[in-house]
Design a protein around this ligand. Structure first.
Ligand code: SF4
Ligand code: SF4
Length: 323
């Protein structure tokens, strides 16, 4: 862990989550991701650097930010705030001075001790619900030494820990994190390597390799049921019977006994505004939500693939169409 510098870039800390592992959890979203999924619901997590965003509804038009910015990166026009991202250094001065909180920095540097102190404030919720802390992102394995020390500190305080990973990372990153992770949430998005490359920027060979390594590690070191597989169900990309059957057959052949749950996470379009605030296009902008009947058909396909783990749909009220 020679690269450990005692601090990490964290996008967000979300409390009272019930979606990122057992019980009530505090989820720490690391900034920076090794994949670039076309459907990404957290586009602000992909860049490893802090980024500025402007929320127009909060802006009172005072122009304080324009005089604060030493890089002349801001222009307030009729159409809203223009951020010249080739000039912006991410210093955060404008966000600090903005009286309307219209400018926000996405991503903050957290020293290790401060982050530990922040998340253990929720200890009573963890103890009553069987919850704990989940490292997510982005990709925690992009800041592996910090993540490992963070997990270690939490375990020493008797807290349950989970790592949520896309698996596209160096093997030694997993090797230093896994000893302190009570469970692992591992994504399998697409089983076909070429389709994986098309939609995420990388094929899945390293991911599958790391998944098999993590499963072996969990079988031999931790409680054997402490791994969940997660698959985003994205129309036109992952949401095909062939992909779901292929992933199911892979789980049945290689992961039964190591995995207790396979989550199918339905597409939603709540992130549309995030892309707009980042001045980024999103190819799923006009995509319709999936129907309940289609999701049930996929669940049947998943069950027929012979998997042992429970199959669970992660579908909030915002994820289903009316038909
Ligand atoms: S400082 Fe904040 S409120 Fe004032 S113009 Fe800039 S963004 Fe708007
Ligand atoms: S973050 Fe810093 S460089 Fe970027 S716009 Fe604000 S003040 Fe200027």
């Amino acid at each position: 862990m020679k690269d450990f510098n005692n601090s990490a870039t964290i996008l967000e800390i979300v409390r009272m989550s019930t979606e990122d592992g057992p019980g009530i959890r505090t989820t720490v979203f690391f900034k920076g991701c090794t994949l670039n999924c076309a459907w990404c619901h957290n586009p602000e997590s992909i860049s490893p650097k802090p980024q500025l965003q402007w929320v127009g509804s909060r802006c009172i038009g005072c122009k304080t930010c324009l005089s604060v910015c030493r890089e002349n990166a801001l222009t307030l026009t009729e159409a809203g705030m223009q951020i010249d991202r080739t000039r912006c250094t991410g210093c955060g001065d404008c966000a600090e001075e903005c009286p309307g909180t219209a400018l926000e920095m996405m991503g903050k540097i957290w020293p290790l001790d401060d982050l530990v102190a922040e998340v253990i404030k929720d200890r009573s919720y963890f103890e009553t619900s069987g919850g704990g802390i989940t490292l997510s992102g982005g990709e925690p394995a992009m800041q592996p030494a910090f993540a490992a020390f963070f997990l270690k500190a939490l375990r020493e305080k008797g807290l349950h820990t989970a790592v949520d990973t896309c698996g596209q990372c160096r093997r030694d990153a997993l090797e230093i994190m896994l000893p302190y992770a009570a469970m692992v949430l591992f994504d399998i998005k697409l089983i076909d390597p070429e389709a994986h490359k098309k939609f995420t920027g990388h094929d899945n060979r390293r991911i599958i390799d790391n998944l098999l390594f993590a499963a072996d590690y969990i079988r031999s070191h931790v409680h054997p049921s402490d791994m969940w597989i997660r698959t985003p169900i994205i129309p036109g990309a992952t949401a095909t019977p062939e992909n779901i059957a292929g992933i199911g057959q892979f789980i049945a052949a290689h992961l039964n006994g190591a995995v207790s749950r396979w989550e199918l996470c339905a597409f939603n379009n709540l992130c549309r505004d995030k892309y707009r605030r980042l001045d980024q296009p999103w190819v799923f902008e006009e995509e319709n939500l999936l129907s309940k009947s289609f999701l049930e058909e996929l669940a049947d396909t998943a069950k027929r693939s012979g998997v042992d783990p429970d199959i669970v749909f992660a579908t909030g009220a915002t994820c289903l169409s009316d038909n």
